[in-house]
Design a protein around this ligand. Structure first.
Ligand code: SAH
Length: 235
């Protein structure tokens, strides 16, 4: 937690926030903060700044909050991700958020197991929690939008063309002839496949709406590593 995220309901006065629970425990046990210490804080969807600890006991932390700076800019990147298995989903949501992805679309694919959609990790609360962890990690305050699409074909045919409009549309696919471009300028829509990869007809559907398959080299990477490697290479 490199930034403590604050919510409007934490404020007991205009510049005074009161925290309990996970954030209190973290400030006490990990930061080992004491009264008078300055912590980096940010208001969800708002500016970032400093919180001076004014009270710290077993169940309450109070801070005098000054919010002065805008959060870091997002990457001009929309991620279209075949729904990974639940454990990986948590990590990839947090890391995509930390990397600054602006919008995430979780989609179905042939090699996505149906049970993944029913996992408790798909609960709204968890999808929010993982993104909040990503924001706290990266000192950001603005959640990436998250959209779920249970049907591959209608999403690709009806919605993707609108999403990719004006962007460079790339689909990660090991063995693709084109190497992934480096240091692109302008917005990108990036599709990353499931653990078992895209099947031929999915790649055809994606290329039919303008996606170019790109390769990252001979190593097959896990979804979360592939996302990080692709983002590092593109921006
Ligand atoms: N066995 C699968 C591997 C899938 S890895 C296959 O051969 O396709 C999961 C996803 O990560 C892939 O669909 C792709 O989008 C991305 N990815 C992983 N390694 C990659 C690489 N070397 N080049 C491009 N994309 C990669």
């Amino acid at each position: 937690m490199n930034l403590i995220l604050l919510f409007p309901e934490d404020f007991v006065e205009p510049h005074r926030a009161r925290l309990a629970g996970r954030r209190l425990a973290h400030v006490r046990d990990t930061h080992r903060a004491a009264i008078g210490d300055a912590l980096t804080v940010g208001l969800l969807a708002g500016p970032i700044g400093t919180g001076i600890v004014t009270r710290l006991d077993e169940d309450v932390l109070e801070m005098e909050v000054t919010l002065i700076q805008p959060p870091p800019p997002k990457l001009p990147l929309t991620l279209v991700l075949a729904l990974p298995r639940p454990k990986v989903l948590n990590r990839v949501l947090a890391s995509a958020t930390s990397l600054g992805v602006r919008q995430i679309h979780l989609i179905n694919a042939w090699k996505v197991e149906k049970s993944y959609w029913k996992s408790p990790r798909m609960a709204e609360e968890n999808l929010m929690h993982q993104r909040l962890l990503g924001l706290e990690q990266a000192k950001d305050t603005v959640l990436p939008e998250l959209h779920l699409h249970r049907l591959f074909r209608p999403f690709v045919e009806d919605q993707l063309p609108g999403i990719t409009q004006g962007t460079l549309a790339l689909v990660g696919h090991p063995g693709a002839v084109e190497p992934c471009p480096r240091q692109t300028e302008g917005p990108v829509t990036l599709a990353v496949g499931p653990e078992g990869g895209w099947i031929a007809s999915e790649l055809e559907s994606l290329t039919a709406v303008g996606f170019r398959p790109v390769d990252l080299g001979p190593r097959i990477l896990r979804t979360e590593t592939a996302v990080a490697a692709l983002v590092g290479r593109l921006f």
